[in-house]
Ligand binder design. Structure first.
Ligand SMILES: NC(=O)c1ccc[n+]([C@@H]2O[C@H](COP(=O)([O-])OP(=O)(O)OC[C@H]3O[C@@H](n4cnc5c(N)ncnc54)[C@H](OP(=O)(O)O)[C@@H]3O)[C@@H](O)[C@H]2O)c1
Length: 303
C-alpha cells in the first residue's frame, strides 16, 4: 500500500485512460490541485514517465500512482481494482474517462467494432465499478464520473456505435445514481464538448468510412463541415480538466453537466427543440441531402 496520506488530507481519484488526451490532462490537473491520483492505463511505463514529467512528481510520490488497466480484458480489470484497493483503499472518485470512438455509416461499420465499442466504453467500466463499489459503499462517500459526449445526447450520423454507447453510458449513470445515493455516493455525467485530442483526428478514431462508396455524398460535406470544423473549434484538454475538477466538488446525488460551450448549446437545444427539428438541424449543419434526396426508384433502377 502507498504511504498513507492521513485522514482529511488529499482526496483520491482513479482516472482511466490517463496515458494521454483528456485523462492525462485531468490526472495532471488534479495532482496539481492536491489530489491523490491513481492513473489507470494500458501502458503504465510510458504513461507514468510522461505524467511525472508533467507534474514534477517523483517515482515514489504517494500522490501519483500508476496501475495497469485494459478495459477489454476481464482479468486486467480485476487486477486493477485489486491494485487500487491495495494501494489507496477505496477511492473517493472513480472517473470513467477511457474510451474509443468511430467514424463511418452503419452500413460501413462492422459488427466487431460495435462489440469493441461496448466492451471498452461500457462493459469494462461497469466491471471496474462493480469491483470498487463495495469499498466505496463502506467508506460512505465518493463520486463516480462518466465522461459522455454530445453524441450521447443525440445520435450523430457517421458515428452510430459511439452515439449508442455514450447514450447507454448516460442511462447506466442515471440508473446507478438512484441505487448508490443512499450510501453517500454521487454520480456525475459530463457531456463533453470538443477538445483537441487524438480521438477527433482521423488517425485517432476507428475509421470505417468508404469515401467513394454509397455514402460518398454524405462524407464529402460531413468531412468539411463536421470533422474539419470540429478540429478548428477544439479547446485545450486542460479546460476539460478544470471542468472535471469542478464537477468532483458537486454535492448532488446525480449531476449532469456540460463541459464546454458547444456541449452547453447542444443540451439547451435538445431540451427545447422537438426531435424532428433537431434532426433537420443536424442534417443541414452536416450538409446531408434532404429526405429522399438520394432515393432511386425501383422502376428506374430496373429500367
Ligand atoms: N476529445 C473530445 O473532443 C471528446 C469529446 C467528447 C467526449 N470525449 C470522451 O473523452 C474521453 C477521453 O477521450 P480523449 O479525447 O482523451 O481521447 P484519446 O486521446 O483518444 O484518449 C483515449 C484514452 O482511452 C484509453 N483507452 C482506449 N482503449 C482502452 C482500453 N481498452 N483500456 C484502457 N484504456 C483505453 C487510451 O489509452 P491508450 O493510450 O492505451 O490507447 C487513452 O488513454 C473518451 O471517453 C471520449 O469519448 C472526448
Amino acid at each position: 500500500m502507498a504511504e498513507p496520506l492521513g485522514a482529511g488530507s488529499a482526496r483520491s481519484a482513479v482516472i482511466t485512460g490517463a496515458s494521454r488526451g483528456l485523462g492525462f490532462a485531468s490526472a495532471t490537473h488534479l495532482y496539481r490541485c492536491g489530489w491523490q491520483v491513481v492513473a489507470a492505463m494500458r501502458s503504465v511505463d510510458t504513461g507514468m514517465a510522461r505524467l511525472r514529467t508533467a507534474t514534477g512528481a517523483g517515482d515514489d510520490d504517494p500522490r501519483l500512482i500508476g496501475v495497469p488497466l485494459d478495459l477489454t480484458d476481464t482479468e486486467s480489470i480485476a487486477a486493477c481494482a485489486k491494485a487500487i484497493e491495495e494501494s489507496i483503499g477505496a477511492p473517493f472518485a472513480l472517473v470513467h474517462n477511457a474510451g474509443i470512438s468511430s467514424v463511418g455509416m452503419v452500413e460501413e461499420t462492422p459488427l466487431s467494432l460495435w462489440e469493441k465499442m461496448f466492451a471498452t466504453n461500457i462493459f469494462g467500466p461497469v466491471a471496474l465499478t462493480r469491483a470498487l463499489l463495495p469499498g466505496m459503499r463502506k467508506a460512505g462517500r465518493g463520486r463516480i464520473v462518466l465522461v459522455s459526449s454530445q453524441a450521447g445526447v443525440r445520435g450523430m450520423p457517421s458515428t452510430a456505435p459511439y452515439s449508442a454507447v455514450k447514450g447507454a453510458l448516460e442511462r447506466w449513470g442515471e440508473a446507478m445514481a438512484a441505487e448508490v445515493a443512499p450510501f453517500g455516493i454521487g454520480v456525475s455525467v459530463l457531456v463533453t464538448g470538443t477538445y483537441d485530442t487524438e480521438i477527433i483526428t482521423d488517425a485517432g478514431t476507428n475509421d470505417c468510412r468508404d469515401l467513394d462508396g454509397t455514402y460518398a455524398r454524405h462524407h464529402r460535406t460531413m468531412d468539411k463541415r463536421g470533422r474539419a470544423a470540429m478540429r478548428i473549434a477544439a479547446r485545450a484538454p486542460e479546460k476539460f480538466a478544470a471542468g472535471l475538477a469542478r464537477a468532483l466538488d458537486s454535492g448532488k446525488p446525480f449531476d449532469k453537466r456540460a463541459v464546454g460551450p458547444d456541449a452547453r448549446m447542444l443540451l439547451l437545444a435538445n431540451r427545447f427543440l422537438p426531435p424532428t427539428v433537431m434532426h433537420q438541424m443536424t442534417r443541414l449543419m452536416m450538409g446531408i441531402p434532404r429526405f429522399g434526396g438520394l432515393a432511386r426508384r425501383e422502376d428506374t433502377e430496373h429500367a
